[in-house]
Structure formats: C-alpha cells, structure tokens
Ligand binder design. Structure first.
Ligand SMILES: *[C@@H]1O[C@H](CO)[C@@H](O)[C@H](O)[C@H]1NC(C)=O
Ligand SMILES: *[C@@H]1O[C@H](CO)[C@@H](O)[C@H](O)[C@H]1NC(C)=O
Ligand SMILES: *[C@@H]1O[C@H](CO)[C@@H](O)[C@H](O)[C@H]1NC(C)=O
Ligand SMILES: *[C@@H]1O[C@H](CO)[C@@H](O)[C@H](O)[C@H]1NC(C)=O
Length: 393
C-alpha cells in the first residue's frame, strides 16, 4: 500500500513538472515568435503562438532525428518525448471554458484520399491531442480547401474564414494538420456604452488621430514596473479564469522598447488592487501570417527543407515529407461588453518536389501604442498576444 502511494505520488510530481516546462516554454515561444512576426508587420497585430505550438507539437510526434530535435527546441517544448506527451495530455482538456465563458481548442488531421497515417502516430494524435481524422481528396483543390475551411469556420463561430486557399494544395499534398482556437467572454465589469467617445490616440509623439475609446472606473489588478518603464493592468472576464492584460508604455513611443524585452513583460508582475480610471480603445484586428520564415529564424529549419526533413513517422508507408506551409489567421474584437477572439493554424505536409487600499485613483490612458495579451488561468497558457497602434491592419 505504501509503495503504491509512493509511485502515484511520483507520477503526479513528474506530470506537474512536464506541464510546468510546457507553461514556461509557452512564454518563451510566445515572445520569440511575436518578435519575429512584428519585423514584417507594422501596425496592429493579433497572433496566437499557442495555436502554432499545439499544431507543430502534434506534427513533431511524427518527426525523427534532428528534425524532431529542432522542433522541440524551437517550440520550447519539454525536453523528452515522454514529457511532451504527458504535458499535452494534461493541457488539452484544460483548454475549455465553463458556464461563464467560451473557450475551445480543436485539432484535426486531413489525410490524402487512400492514404493512412502511421498507427503509433494516430494513437498519440487521438489520445494526447484529441485530434479528429478525415480522408480528403487534395487533388480537387477547391473542394478540399472548402471542406477544411468549413470545419475551421464551425470551430471559430465563423470568425476565421478561408484559412486554406486552393493554391496551397496540389498532387504532392499528403497531410494537413489544423488547430482552431476560439474564445468569447464578457468582462466581469462591462464598460458603459455611453462612456465611449472619440479620443486622441498618439500613434507617435507627433502623429495624433481620433479613435473610439471606452471608459471604465473600477478596482482592478494594477502594477508599475519602473525598470521596464511600463504600467500593467489586468482586466478580468466573467468566470475569473481569463484576463486581458494591457501593457502600457509610459513613453508615447515606448512600444518597441517593450517588445525588445517581451520575456520580462510576460513574467508575473507585482500586482495590487487599485481604483483605476481606464481609457481603452474599442478595436478589432484581423491578421494573417505565413509562418515558415519566422519559424526558421527560431531555429526550425530541417522540417521545411525537402532534402533534410525527417517526418517519416506520420504516414503509414514512411513516404518522405516536408512541411510546405504554416499559416495562421487570427481575429480579436474588443468591445464594451467583452471580447471575441479566434485563431486557426494549419501545417501543410507534402512530398518534397526534389525529393487593497483605494485612497487613490490611477489613470491608465491607453492613448498610445500598447501591447496586450490574453491569459487563461486554468491552463496557465497565454492564448493570444497583440499590439494596438491604430494602424492599418
Ligand atoms: C480510393 O478510395 C476510394 C474510397 O474512399 C475508392 O472509391 C477508390 O477506388 C480508391 N482508389 C484507389 C486508387 O485505390
Ligand atoms: C454575455 O452576456 C450576454 C448578455 O447577458 C449573454 O447573452 C451572452 O451569452 C454572454 N456571453 C458569453 C460568452 O457568455
Ligand atoms: C516585486 O517586488 C519585489 C519585492 O519588493 C522585488 O524584489 C521585485 O523585483 C519586484 N518585481 C517586479 C517585476 O517589479
Ligand atoms: C464586435 O462585437 C460587437 C459587439 O458584440 C458586434 O456588434 C460586432 O458585430 C462585432 N464585430 C465583428 C467583426 O465581429
């Protein structure tokens, strides 16, 4: 009896270790992917590194040798395959809402008609990632992309459309792995619709525009970080499980300095409850990213190189494969009542062509470009990150 208890205890400790590694890896991957993405994306951005991590971690289960190693390192996954499986097995069921808010993450694998995936990979995909499987005729590129896009639309309340375009598919396409993430929640304390007005937003020191700005006076978790020269404000959603954090530079042009130290920005801050007078733009952002160049910068190279990729554990007959595309579309709509957000990421695999005191009120006036992120307490994962700069996107 004693021995049994000890073994169970060891298993729990070990599983928690794996999950903790994954959560820390999520912060590292979030900041490094975001930093790559903004190099080519001036203006507003919304991205879900978590969705990329999920779908490439699933792909990684069928990768071997250095291809697998690069994926593990680049995605900041736990360092052994056992820990990766353990961590996702615990994480996936946690990525769910409750009666107060909606949160869903779904994974799906589309397989070329008359092809089958490796049994071991299939078991892991279903058991660990809860992935659905479907055979599909990729040669009929229009109908195949419609089938996949319809699934994504269904999983994201129609917020993500046309993730796959027919030109991404051809006779060489073998597998498409897709993750769809959806979030919808009301604020714990909604902004008053009548409080919204056009206010000045400083795109830079000299460039001012008017944007629809919401207003709220409330007691919220607030932190100042003198070293980073930033203010942090956590705005909770109903259910108290998910929150939207505004990270506001003290300097009007402080966003790029913030973005250069993202790892520190995403670390826990010294929050205290304060009475806050908040001005926050009402905004909507849609982004589309082709992610291979950014992922290569993070050290994931072999998986995208037809001569070097070893993804032989995915298909049952071990045909050589390469990742030919990684696409993400993401959406966010921040309004007086709450937030709706969604992201979908697809990895396309093909045969390679070559082979508490309230005696003060703090003003948080987000009237300059700022950074934000949405975190989920139950899974301790960052769901989405973005920037609002009143830009074009
Ligand atoms: C492929 O599978 C379909 C059914 O999914 C079947 O009708 C067809 O004959 C198969 N083709 C080949 C070449 O095996
Ligand atoms: C937000 O509140 C509205 C009105 O009370 C309700 O109809 C809606 O279902 C809520 N949204 C979510 C995601 O719970
Ligand atoms: C939080 O407060 C502690 C103790 O006052 C301090 O050592 C630490 O540097 C602070 N952390 C941040 C992020 O400001
Ligand atoms: C954003 O949310 C508001 C309020 O729920 C809604 O009226 C509007 O249609 C939404 N916009 C989009 C593009 O979903």
């Amino acid at each position: 009896m004693k021995i049994l208890l000890l073994i169970m205890f060891a298993a729990v400790v070990c599983a928690n270790d794996a999950l903790r590694d994954l959560q820390q890896g999520n912060i590292k991957f979030t900041s490094s992917l975001y930093q790559q993405i903004i190099k080519d994306s001036p203006g507003n951005v919304i991205v879900s590194p978590l969705s990329v991590q999920l779908i490439l971690a699933l792909t990684q289960l069928g990768a071997k040798g250095d291809t697998a190693l690069e994926l593990t390192k680049g995605l900041h996954l736990p360092d052994t395959p056992e820990k990766v499986k353990e961590a996702f097995k615990i994480l996936i069921p946690k990525l769910q809402g409750n009666q107060f808010y909606k949160l869903n993450s779904a994974n799906k694998i589309y397989i070329k008609e008359n092809y089958s995936i490796n049994k071991e990979f299939q078991n892991l995909a279903q058991d660990v990632f809860d992935a659905g499987l479907e055979n599909i005729d990729f040669v009929d590129t229009v109908s195949a992309s419609e089938t996949i896009n319809k699934w994504v639309q269904g999983k994201t309340n129609d917020k993500i459309k046309k993730l796959i375009t027919p030109d991404m598919l051809n006779a060489m396409t073998r597998l498409i792995l897709v993750n769809a993430l959806y979030f919808n929640a009301n604020w714990s304390s909604p902004f008053d619709t009548y409080g919204t007005s056009k206010r000045t937003f400083f795109k830079s020191e000299k460039d001012e525009i008017k944007v629809d700005t919401m207003h709220l006076t409330e007691t919220l978790k607030y932190a100042e970080n003198k070293d980073l020269d930033l203010k942090f404000l956590e705005i909770p959603y109903e259910g108290d499980d998910v929150s939207f954090t505004v990270v506001l530079p003290n300097q009007k042009e402080g966003l790029s300095a913030l973005e250069g130290r993202l790892n520190e920005v995403l670390m826990p801050q010294n929050y205290s409850y304060e009475r806050v007078n908040l001005f926050l733009p009402k905004f909507k952002i849609e982004s589309t990213f082709k992610l291979i160049p950014a992922l290569k910068e993070l050290g994931i190279k072999k998986a995208f190189d037809g001569d070097q990729a070893d993804l032989s554990g995915l298909l049952s007959h071990g045909e050589p494969l390469v990742i030919s595309d990684v696409i993400q579309k993401a959406f966010i709509n921040v309004t007086e009542t709450g937030t709706e957000a969604a992201a979908a990421t697809a990895a396309i695999l093909a045969v390679p062509y070559s082979s508490i005191t309230y005696d003060r009120v703090i003003l948080v006036d987000a009237n300059r470009p700022f950074f934000f992120f949405i975190t989920h307490k139950a899974s301790k994962e960052i769901l989405l990150v973005g920037r609002f700069s009143a830009g074009q996107k």
